[in-house]
Design a protein around this ligand. Structure first.
Ligand SMILES: CC(C)(COP(=O)(O)OP(=O)(O)OC[C@H]1O[C@@H](n2cnc3c(N)ncnc32)[C@H](O)[C@@H]1OP(=O)(O)O)[C@@H](O)C(=O)NCCC(=O)NCCS
Length: 224
């Protein structure tokens, strides 16, 4: 993955609680996103993070990209892994948003992360996700995003989902477009990379996109 692609994750499970913050300030809206029901489709289950997920966190801590744009610990230790899990619980408790583990439905083994985090504008949440390297290209991210998006847009307080993706992140672009997100434009020099800034595509999903999307494409509409 290209150098800057690591920062696309800032739309997601960002370093917003750390001193090297390069993303937006957290927004707290307690109660707007409730504890979800069981979200499961096919091979994918979305659930709360657990201390049993340390092997997943350990694998992703070795990823060349993900730890630089998230609070995934690098280097990994059991203590740091547990702190990662507790941070995700804390985001829900504080009203910052919801960070779930993607897991294999059959075994419950965590294979990645997906989240919704409140934006400044009421009713708008940012989405983010990653899949551990050993589990990629199995539709985990697409199915997870379909499930979580559909549920989020059914909530009375959520009307719009956003994803910020760097133009070179072909995998992530493919994921959001296959779920029905619309590209709205290029935000020039949006991401603060410390010494430079990077452009990102802004994608969004609203209820009308979900209603009108073609179910033949394995998208959100046929995840009944
Ligand atoms: C991007 C990422 C989340 C994709 O996860 P994944 O579970 O492998 O994605 P899926 O298997 O659901 O793939 C969905 C589609 O994208 C395609 N795709 C996935 N990765 C791709 C890549 N690197 N290049 C091109 N296409 C890719 C798949 O082939 C599939 O296409 P299809 O609709 O034609 O079948 C994963 O590569 C990752 O975690 N990357 C690092 C973190 C990241 O970039 N997160 C997103 C930040 S915006």
């Amino acid at each position: 993955m290209p150098r800057q692609a690591r920062f696309a994750l800032l739309a997601a499970e960002s370093k917003r609680d750390s001193c090297d913050d390069v993303a937006v300030d957290p927004i707290y809206r307690p109660g707007v996103v409730p504890e979800p029901p069981e979200l499961c489709h096919g091979q994918v289950l979305l659930r709360r993070w657990s201390y049993d997920d340390l092997p997943c966190i350990e694998e992703v801590s070795r990823d060349p990209v993900i730890p630089t744009g998230t609070t995934v610990p690098n280097p990994f230790s059991e203590e740091a892994g547990r702190a990662f899990v507790e941070r995700q619980w804390g985001r829900f408790a504080s009203g910052e948003g919801l960070v779930l583990a993607m897991a294999e439905a059959a075994t419950g083994t965590a294979t990645g992360m997906i989240c919704l985090l409140h934006r400044q504008q009421p009713g708008v949440v940012g989405v983010g996700y990653f899949t551990v390297a050993s589990c990629r290209r199995r539709s985990s991210a697409r199915t997870s995003l379909s499930l979580l998006s559909r549920w989020a847009l059914s909530l009375p307080g959520i009307v719009r989902l956003e994803a910020l993706i760097q133009p070179e992140n072909e995998g992530s672009i493919r994921v959001v477009e296959s779920v029905g997100f619309h590209r709205e434009g290029l935000l020039r020099r949006y991401l603060d990379l410390g010494t430079t800034r990077d452009d990102v595509f802004l994608y969004s999903l609203i209820q009308e996109d979900v209603d009108g999307f073609d179910p033949e494409t394995r998208n959100i509409a046929n995840l009944a």
